[in-house]
Design a protein around this ligand. Sequence first.
Ligand code: NAG
Ligand code: NAG
Ligand code: NAG
Ligand code: NAG
Ligand code: NAG
Ligand code: NAG
Ligand code: NAG
Ligand code: NAG
Ligand code: NAG
Length: 332
Amino acid sequence: MNEFSLLFPLILAALCAAKQPFNYERDLSFIQPEINDLSDPLTYFVDVAGYENTIYRDGVTSAQLLFSSSNSTSMIQRFIAAFPQGNSGALMYFLNSDDSQATFNNTVQQPNGRLAVKLVNNSLASARGDYNMNGIRGSMTFNNNASLGVTILGSVRAIRDYAEGYYHMDPIFNYTLVNYSSSQVTLRRAWINGTFNMIVTLTSSDTSKLTFDAYPPATSLSPVICNFILGNGVTMATVDFLVLFNESSIGPGIDKKHLFLPAPNVSISALDQALTDLYNDQTNGLPATEVTFLTHTSKFLAGGWRFLTYFGRDDMYSLRLFMALLQPEAIE
Ligand SMILES: *[C@@H]1O[C@H](CO)[C@@H](O)[C@H](O)[C@H]1NC(C)=O
Ligand SMILES: *[C@@H]1O[C@H](CO)[C@@H](O)[C@H](O)[C@H]1NC(C)=O
Ligand SMILES: *[C@@H]1O[C@H](CO)[C@@H](O)[C@H](O)[C@H]1NC(C)=O
Ligand SMILES: *[C@@H]1O[C@H](CO)[C@@H](O)[C@H](O)[C@H]1NC(C)=O
Ligand SMILES: *[C@@H]1O[C@H](CO)[C@@H](O)[C@H](O)[C@H]1NC(C)=O
Ligand SMILES: *[C@@H]1O[C@H](CO)[C@@H](O)[C@H](O)[C@H]1NC(C)=O
Ligand SMILES: *[C@@H]1O[C@H](CO)[C@@H](O)[C@H](O)[C@H]1NC(C)=O
Ligand SMILES: *[C@@H]1O[C@H](CO)[C@@H](O)[C@H](O)[C@H]1NC(C)=O
Ligand SMILES: *[C@@H]1O[C@H](CO)[C@@H](O)[C@H](O)[C@H]1NC(C)=O
């Protein structure tokens, strides 16, 4: 009830704004989704609410990566890779040696201050694997010894239930340690119905700088142990990550020139002005690019990273709001 009373003025505003009549009987043969161009991915960076977000989309994959902000004061670092395909994702917490949950062997660590785990600029690229798997690869740096904390593979829903829902996770969502060595660790999670898998592989290409100290859980209910151990005197080491899964179903992305009308044709109201600004911004501006990341030929997404999914109701409303600016084909 509350929700509807809030939405009602919005719908009214949208109806008033979008005066332009639309011809719904159009030839749709024109739809030429953008992104088969792997050399020119849609990518941008947003530092907000304590997390550095990097967006990446090309003809293979579409992903939102989150790392704790450089200026975050939290001692715990967080990695999230979220994908619109199936609203899938992977979460890893990294703990420093002062953390009571850290699983370092007694002999190994000294208390070592604040941990910083950062994405290496321009390191993101799409990746393919066997069994129609696709996903994202990149590199991250560690400034200190770290211990893998809670890790969730599979669904953004499960990640949110943990991160927002009293740190609860059902063991049915557990992953397994597939293989491990001092230079590589692979984790895998099978979807509950068994059809799809997600695999996370971490690799150290220079073991003089970083080795993994990983081993399977002591009991079926204790977590996998995985520590990131820097060489003596090393202050910065790189770990390559690869997240692959075989859920598909989002459809190719729509680029800006196929999404927005070539000229704005709206009357002036606050909403129209916002849409016009968005239009004016589309050549180089971030807002238009941000909207573009959410648009695919098969669905418009509700929002990142928690909402890289499709809600029929929200889509209808946002579509109605945007109608004055969108190509009729994009609306179709
Ligand atoms: C803008 O819309 C009005 C009708 O609302 C129409 O008469 C006019 O031709 C349109 N202009 C352009 C440039 O499409
Ligand atoms: C961290 O930096 C971001 C962007 O520069 C800023 O929005 C945010 O307020 C900063 N946070 C803190 C805790 O300083
Ligand atoms: C840490 O402890 C585990 C379990 O006792 C052992 O298997 C592993 O080899 C140890 N690692 C190091 C580096 O000592
Ligand atoms: C990486 O990119 C961020 C955001 O664009 C920038 O603030 C930072 O200085 C870059 N770091 C390096 C090492 O280039
Ligand atoms: C499985 O999940 C439970 C609940 O979150 C957790 O306590 C346990 O450590 C996990 N086990 C493994 C092997 O990850
Ligand atoms: C570990 O498993 C992954 C995924 O199955 C595979 O790609 C990788 O080659 C394996 N690594 C080793 C060292 O066996
Ligand atoms: C398992 O779930 C996925 C969606 O996550 C679906 O595409 C697939 O068809 C399901 N498999 C079976 C056997 O039901
Ligand atoms: C998904 O990938 C896994 C390997 O990681 C494979 O075992 C499984 O059969 C694949 N599923 C489909 C539907 O291709
Ligand atoms: C990390 O642990 C290793 C092994 O104990 C040690 O040699 C190294 O100095 C530690 N690094 C830091 C930054 O504390």
